[in-house]
Design a protein around this ligand. Sequence first.
Ligand SMILES: O=C(O)CCC(=O)C(=O)O
Length: 278
Amino acid sequence: MEDKRRRARVQGAWAGPARAAPRPAVGPLVKSQQKVNETQNPGKFFEFKEPTEMYQRIPEPRVIDSAGIHDISTSPSGVSRLRLFPLFIETKEADWMFEQLLREVPWSQKTNAGPDGSYQEPRLTCWFGEIPYTYSRSTMQANPHWHPLLIMLKDRIEEVTGYSFNSLLCNLYRHDKDSIDWHSDDEAALSRNPVIASLSFGDTRSFQMRRKPPPEANGDFTYVERVHVPLDHGTLLIMEGATQEDWQHRVPKEYHDRRPRINLTFRTIFPEANRVTS
Ligand SMILES: O=C(O)CCC(=O)C(=O)O
């Protein structure tokens, strides 16, 4: 037993079988043996090194699912603000509205121009408004033929929020693999600090936001703040202030089955001549 204890003291763990011959003094033995082992088994011995870089934590996303005003950031561009109205449209009413929009909106698949050529959007869309809307280097032509239900919804949102809108981009996510990638609604036609009213029907999808990184991050989004908003049947989300300047958003593909979802984003488009460019 005494021999076992001695070996434990020397090496910090039980060593090999006891040897009959006496050993030299403990200190030098440890050092010289460690040296041999380090060269024979590189990487097996723990060596403390001062960290050369600051440890940076990847923040957990903030989940916003309660009614009210949520200021998600403040910067020199201003406050980025979300307003959430769960059950803005009561469920029974939302049910028939969803069915009607699914059937009667003239949905189509838009083709955009990307750096690697043209691609079809992984969702269906429809544009309503007197002014054409261009994003991802492809234009949706003016379409003044508003569906009466959409006019009714626009009026309701305007009444409650006090904002007014002249255009609407409708998105139909047919299933879990339909999505919209990271972007900001920051086209010049929307002017500065646009207010976007986003009304959802159908299956719940995760609306995800990430803050744009500071210039020194060189476009690396790893450590930026994130916000997740589950958008369910009848929920209204208003994005305002610096939200489009300071944040991006997306609706990612899902790994589990999702039934169809319709999202209506009411916006104000400014004619070319009146755009605020700063
Ligand atoms: O479907 C959504 O909730 C988001 C739609 C969107 O990001 C957009 O139309 O720009």
